[in-house]
Design a protein around this ligand. Structure first.
Ligand SMILES: *Cc1c(COP(=O)(O)O)cnc(C)c1O
Length: 381
């Protein structure tokens, strides 16, 4: 389904803002539910992709759990209706305060990433007279073949526990009075479009399960990372969830009664969002034309941060002529560029430009640099 832009509503809004196609979000959620309908499969939404309350409420209402990385995200998830036992808490730097409050909420699992973190969780649980649910995040040393800033499963990354330390730390959790060992957690990276790394992950997990055959491992959490089509959002509005979940169904050898948890972020919300920004000026450069828009890297940082490219559309131009433009934001940084040599219909001051596939890692990463206000949000009816 193609995202339809209600131009009269969009024109009346002050730019830049995020526009969310909630019908597409619903269809995406339904597709996930259908494709993940295998016994023992549970899907969590990675809140860090987009924590807009309206988006969170839809996803919570659909029955998914939440994967979080800070106490702020846990609070946002609870406010949106995610039940605390369905919330998991990951991240390499959980503070004592974050651990204490999460324990009080009764969240479902801490995905611990180091020995000092296990120490801290145990100590805080003891002081509260509680038993902390803890899974261990393993660094599986798999190359997800994605941008080096968003690969997380290599030995050189800061994430997870090295395979060489795993056995001792599993023992440590199992023998602790204040820890309930929940299982193993993996996350190999993001925007993964060649699904082979997921198959390799299954094989790595199978081998680990064999190695720790005598350990009770209630849950395997395989993380997130499924990529989306940034080049053709209307051609591929919903990722191939069936193929993704089937890889795990076919390749992961689960033990009887074992649960497998998924933590999808980008693939749930990216395609339903667009950043809508207005053309402030069309500027003639030397052998170049610039379209200067009123939303820049403060509204959508992915191009500046990861060299990402979002499809750029002039949604209000009616011109039959096409021209090449560099599309740039207003911020005083050369990296504040959304695209170079973009082919767009002849563009004028006041036109609306949509940066597509911006529902994930868009609004949530917006900043107030240059004292610019944060972008607002608008939803399809
Ligand atoms: C970021 C993250 C996710 C979600 O990744 P996506 O690529 O958005 O699906 C899942 N789990 C963990 C631990 C993460 O850090």
């Amino acid at each position: 389904m193609k995202t339809y832009f209600p131009l009269d509503r969009l024109r009346a809004e002050s730019t830049p803002f995020y526009y969310y196609d909630m019908q597409l979000l619903d269809e995406t959620i339904n597709c996930i539910k259908k494709s993940a309908a295998y016994p023992g499969f549970y899907v969590h939404y990675a809140v860090k992709a987009n924590a807009n309350p309206e988006i969170l409420k839809r996803i919570a209402a659909a029955g998914m759990g939440a994967d979080t990385v800070s106490i702020g995200e846990i609070k946002a998830a609870i406010d949106a209706g995610f039940p605390a036992p369905k919330i998991v808490f990951a991240g390499v730097g959980k503070t004592d305060e974050e651990i204490a409050i999460s324990l009080e909420y009764g969240i479902g699992c801490f995905n611990a990433e180091s020995e000092p973190e296990i120490d801290a969780i145990e100590e805080i649980a003891k002081s509260q007279g509680r038993i902390a649910p803890v899974a261990l995040r393993v660094n599986p040393e798999i190359d997800a073949h994605t941008h080096h800033y968003i690969t997380t499963g290599l030995a050189e990354n800061k994430f997870g526990i090295a395979l060489s330390m795993l056995g001792r730390l599993i023992e440590r959790c199992i023998n602790s009075e204040y820890i309930d060992f929940k299982g193993l957690h993996f996350h190999i990276g993001s925007q993964i479009t060649d699904l082979t790394p997921f198959k390799i992950l299954c094989e790595r997990i199978n081998a680990l399960q064999d190695e720790y055959a005598d350990v009770v491992i209630p849950t395997i959490n395989v993380g997130g990372g499924l990529g989306i089509d940034y080049d053709d959002p209307d051609g591929n509005p919903i990722p191939d969830f069936k193929q993704y979940f089937d890889i795990f169904h076919e390749n992961l050898k689960l033990r009887p009664g074992q649960q497998v948890h998924f933590e999808l972020g980008r693939s749930v919300v990216a395609q339903c969002g667009s950043l809508i920004t207005r053309v402030t000026y069309v500027k003639e450069g030397v052998g170049k034309k610039f379209v200067i828009v009123d939303g820049g890297m403060t509204a959508l940082i992915r191009p500046a941060l990861y060299q990402a490219h979002h499809k750029i559309e002039n949604i209000t131009s009616t011109s039959p002529e096409m021209e090449r433009y560099d599309v740039v934001g207003p911020i005083c940084e050369s990296s504040d560029t959304f695209g170079t040599d973009e082919l767009l219909p002849t563009t004028h001051r006041g036109d609306l430009i949509a940066l597509r596939s911006a529902g994930a890692y868009g609004e949530i990463m917006a900043s107030g640099y240059n004292c610019r206000p944060l972008p607002s949000s608008l939803f399809s009816r």
